[in-house]
Design a protein around this ligand. Structure first.
Ligand code: NAD
Length: 273
């Protein structure tokens, strides 16, 4: 458990929290004192893994519950937010994390592959951000007193919101969309004291990109892209999420925090180009 408990008394929802980054973010937020809703997509995909994340949090002295919901389905998102409210109380922090990849050369990419990625990575983030905004605005018809925020929305984007990605046009388009979705909402909601930010991870050791780090040869190729010379761990994102969700970052809104070991720093120029 974190010593400072900077999120004590807060309620957080982390989407796609059964694996990888979402799991680590849920554990980090709970370690900082938040009561955390651990979202899983469906019984087949994740109830057991959601229960394991909840058990890990509770075992460490924290509070968490599993919540069902496919983020790409409007009806399920509504039910999920209602469930979080009835189980944990009023929401303070949404972490929009759920995401998928479906790579294909553009000439072979099916409409289904395009649509599946946009549905989860962009529309899903819109649906959850809208539900969080509705909850925050209903709770705070007037902005809260100075120095307090009326709620936080945190998008998990990607370095591919700025780095084009061959064979992953659907994924890069979804994350590019998240960039302006996040900034537009930040601009719109700042007067209501709702803070909206993104974390853009670089290469993080999770199942989604196992092929990029699963063998020593793949890892050696990957490290050529990372000036800081190590792969990221899910906990690197967890710590950044705690800061962006806490009052320590109270003046930060509309920002994308790149947590990428320098991957966006044109690594091929590090030896003077
Ligand atoms: P992951 O595959 O380990 O986790 C993805 C999670 O999303 C899983 O829990 C999965 O069940 C959930 N999910 C998928 N579709 C869902 C849906 N419709 N509704 C609810 N949940 C759903 O991958 P990860 O690396 O932890 O990815 C998490 C986020 O981080 C994604 O948005 C991804 O794009 C982003 N990201 C990851 C990396 C990386 O290197 N791992 C880099 C940049 C960005």
């Amino acid at each position: 458990m974190s010593q400072t408990q900077e999120l004590a008394g807060r309620v957080a929802l982390v989407t796609g929290a059964t694996s990888g980054i979402g799991r680590a973010v849920a554990i980090s937020l709970a370690g900082a004192g938040a009561r955390v809703a651990v979202n899983y997509r469906d019984a087949k995909d994740g109830r057991q893994r959601a229960d394991e994340v909840v058990a890990e949090i509770v075992g460490a002295g924290g509070q968490a519950v599993p919540v069902l919901g496919d983020v790409s389905r409007e009806d399920e998102v509504g039910q999920m937010f209602a469930e979080v409210r009835s189980q944990l109380g009023e929401l303070d922090i949404l972490v929009n994390n759920a995401g998928i990849e479906q790579p294909a050369p553009i000439q072979d990419m099916t409409l289904a592959q395009w649509q599946a990625v946009i549905d989860v990575n962009l529309t899903g983030q819109f649906l959850c951000a809208r539900a969080a905004a509705r909850a925050y605005l209903a709770r705070w018809p007037e902005p809260p007193p100075k120095g307090a925020s009326a709620g936080k929305i945190l998008f998990i984007s990607s370095v591919h919101e700025v780095i084009p990605w061959a064979f992953q046009a659907n994924y890069a388009a979804s994350k590019g969309g998240v960039s302006l979705l996040m900034r537009s909402l930040a601009q719109e909601l700042a007067p209501r004291k709702i803070r909206v930010n993104s974390i853009a991870p670089g290469a993080i050791r999770t199942p989604i990109n196992h092929a990029a780090w699963g063998t020593s040869q793949a890892m050696a190729e990957l490290l050529k892209l990372i000036p800081y010379d190590r792969i990221g761990e899910p906990e690197d994102i967890g710590r950044a999420a705690v800061w962006l969700a806490s009052d320590a970052s109270d003046y930060v809104t509309g920002a994308t925090l790149f947590v990428d070991g320098g991957m966006t720093l044109y690594p091929e120029f590090r030896g003077a180009g």
